[in-house]
Design a binder for this molecule. Structure first.
Ligand code: KIV
Length: 287
């Protein structure tokens, strides 16, 4: 049954990259561009391991990012500047081995592509060989040559502009980008990334109005994180979204679960049962 003009569409009437009659074997960059043309929004998540990758793939998340945010969320570093190619490669391989449909995007870490197109290509090839279907790198106009080199070599690139965590010391910390005169700079970066051949671009902590304008202007999907509701897609770090990471989340995060409490309650129950001699019970042993 179709909805009337004024009613919100029922969930099964919303066009989807996945779903009955529309299931694609493997999400490709062109499917994401086609989704923009249809006005269909999609959700992206980070993933760094086999279990979350398989669950998110099964849930229908069309693109997974093995972000350099693994620095904070896997390796316990304070910033993303510290994580290396060698540390990210096995995570990319694990996610690639555990998924069937989702598009796998590997983040190029700080220091692995800034020197020039040749360095970017060498690093990107390593991630593609590990199982990635695309790579992501930070920077707008200043990275156009790198994006051109990668796309010219057949490697799809997702850009990342606005607040770029790898440049936090130049940007003066975590600050919203795009206010006042900065708006034109961000728009110029967005166009440079698209013209260089990127298939999508992340807009991080960009004012909602600038993100909406860029989304209207670009032919490629915009993926927002702290960039308002008008971007074509959204991306979140999964541990933030699912409440595994404790502490006050950034303003742009919505917590859909409280996994930290669920896990801690399970751990406490296990420890209590061991102390009380209740676990293991007879059925957990062998005769
Ligand atoms: O590394 C990461 O998780 C990211 C997203 C926040 C876009 O770059």
């Amino acid at each position: 049954m179709s909805s009337s003009v004024n009613e919100a569409p029922a969930p099964d009437e919303i066009p989807s990259l996945y779903g009955p009659g529309k299931t694609v074997k493997r999400v490709r960059t062109r499917h994401l561009i086609e989704a923009k043309e249809r006005g269909e929004k999609w959700a992206m998540l980070t993933s760094y391991d086999q279990y979350t990758a398989a669950l998110f793939d099964e849930a229908g998340i069309p693109a997974l990012l093995i972000g350099d945010s693994a620095a904070n969320n896997v390796y316990g570093y304070e910033t993303t500047l510290q994580v290396s190619v060698e540390e990210l490669l096995p995570l990319v391989a694990a996610v690639a081995r555990s998924t069937h449909r989702t598009l796998i995007v590997a983040d190029l870490p700080f220091g692995s592509y800034e020197a020039g197109p040749a360095q970017a290509l060498e690093t990107a090839v390593r991630f593609m060989k590990a199982g990635a279907h695309a790579v992501k790198l930070e920077g707008g106009r200043r990275m156009a040559a790198q994006i051109r080199a990668l796309t010219g070599a057949g490697i799809p690139v997702m850009g990342h502009i606005g607040f770029t965590p790898q440049s936090e010391h130049t940007l003066g910390g975590y600050r919203v980008q795009g206010r006042d005169a900065q708006a034109a700079e961000i728009e110029a970066d967005a166009h440079a990334v698209a013209e260089a051949g990127a298939f999508a671009v992340v807009l991080e902590m960009v004012t909602s109005s600038v993100a909406a304008e860029i989304t209207k202007q670009l032919p490629i999907p915009t993926v927002g994180i702290g960039a308002g509701s008008e971007t074509d897609a959204q991306v979140l770090v999964w541990q933030d979204m699912a409440g595994l990471r404790r502490g006050k989340p950034p303003r742009f995060v919505k917590r859909y679960a409280d996994l930290a409490t669920v896990l801690q309650d399970a751990v406490k129950a296990y420890a209590d049962e061991v102390r009380a001699g209740e676990f293991p019970a007879k059925e957990h042993g062998f005769e």
